[in-house]
Design a protein around this ligand. Structure first.
Ligand SMILES: [Zn+2]
Length: 367
């Protein structure tokens, strides 16, 4: 066990890029469940968001999992609500963060202020396969970013800017809190705290890179996720909760959210990371070049289960999400000239399978 851990740490140090390709096994956080990490005021007075380490058995999805094709829905909720203790589920307002039933009042924010928050979040996550909405998606899988109230509303201490459950995997349908009322009209901070909190639900730790929203550092302008291996920690370097001493927020989000448009995003300075998780799941039947040992067994037509498209027939599904999904996943024609032929073939196969499965889904919806 010790050997495995140190090997892992070394490989993370020498090539954090490699983590994007093969990170299916669930790793336990270093801190025990229930530990609250972070929180409190930054030196400039900005409240900082923390996370609570959570026992969460959900493994990371395998690289060919349908979750890489269905966009994650981030419901940004300024209306508050009542939250009950239980396994995290935004559809039923259950959260491991609250230990008793708690009500968060709505955030009394101007339309212009809210618009700033939503625009900032949309920009911050534009790289990834995410739909950001302030309309409750209802009974479909989604994440909820409660953007309202104060930490005391859910039984936390003053000075905490936000909180999320945390495991080293993805906490499906998680609810995260950004205590917007404590930020006044600092809409940028509301956005950046939200970005940090929701990223905690995808296993991202705090990191010591001022330009990144996962940081506790301030005084370097607006933050956006950085494709940089940065040390973990709040005000001093420490081991990352999920192993190693550095974290690359973009690489982790690439892996766990998927890219908005596989062929459209610039590969950036570290191609192995960016090229990683997405082409492989799309490749389906044709062997992907970076498919590791054992992953070939997972390949094949099964990922195109009709369930992948979130309820096309469901009127609650929100404005046109399912069509946008298909476009986001399959449409790479704009940059097809730069794609290798095997990938093009794989995409063509995907499109056919996808349209069939959509037809099937429609047919079953009519039944
Ligand atoms: Zn945090």
């Amino acid at each position: 066990m010790r050997t495995i851990k140190s090997v892992l740490a070394i490989s993370l140090l020498s090539a954090s890029a490699a983590t994007a390709a093969a990170e299916t096994p669930v790793q336990q956080p270093l801190s025990p469940a229930g530990t609250f990490v972070g929180g409190g005021l930054a030196p400039d007075g900005t409240p900082r968001g923390g996370y609570v380490v959570t026992d969460d058995p959900q493994p990371l999805p395998p690289p060919d999992d349908v979750t890489y094709h269905a966009p994650k829905i981030f419901y940004v909720n300024r209306g508050g609500g009542t939250y009950y203790p239980g396994t995290n589920d935004a559809r039923t307002n259950r959260s491991t963060i609250v230990s008793s039933t708690r009500t968060v009042p709505a955030w009394n924010v101007s339309a212009a202020g809210w618009n700033q928050v939503m625009t900032c979040l949309t920009t911050t996550f534009s790289r990834w396969n995410v739909v950001i909405t302030d309309v409750d998606p209802g009974n479909v899988p989604h994440y909820e970013l409660v953007t309202a109230g104060r930490p005391q509303d859910i039984g936390m201490q003053q000075g905490v800017g936000g909180v999320s459950p945390f495991s080293c995997g993805v906490i499906q349908n998680s609810i995260v809190f950004t205590f917007a009322a404590v930020y006044g009209t600092d809409y940028r901070s509301v956005c950046e705290t939200n970005a940090q909190e929701i990223a905690h639900s995808f296993g991202l730790d705090h990191e010591r890179l001022c330009q990144d929203p996962m940081t506790y550092l301030s005084g370097c302008g607006n933050k956006s996720f950085q494709n940089v291996a940065a040390p973990c920690g709040e005000y001093s370097n420490r081991a990352c909760q999920c192993g190693g001493s550095t974290q690359n927020s973009v690489a982790l989000l690439d892996q766990r959210l998927g890219l908005a448009e596989p062929g459209m995003v610039d590969a950036g300075p570290t191609p192995p990371i960016d090229a990683g998780p997405l082409p492989a799941p799309d490749a389906g039947p044709s062997p992907a070049p970076d498919a590791g040992p054992g992953s070939s067994a997972d390949a094949g037509p099964q990922p195109q289960d009709p369930d992948a498209t979130p309820n096309p027939g469901d009127p609650d599904a929100g404005p046109g999400t399912s069509d946008e999904i298909s476009a986001g996943c399959g449409c790479a024609s704009g940059s097809s000239s730069s794609l290798p032929p095997t990938l093009l073939l794989a995409m063509a196969v995907l499109l056919v399978v996808r349209s069939r499965s959509r037809a099937r889904a429609r047919a079953s919806a009519r039944r």
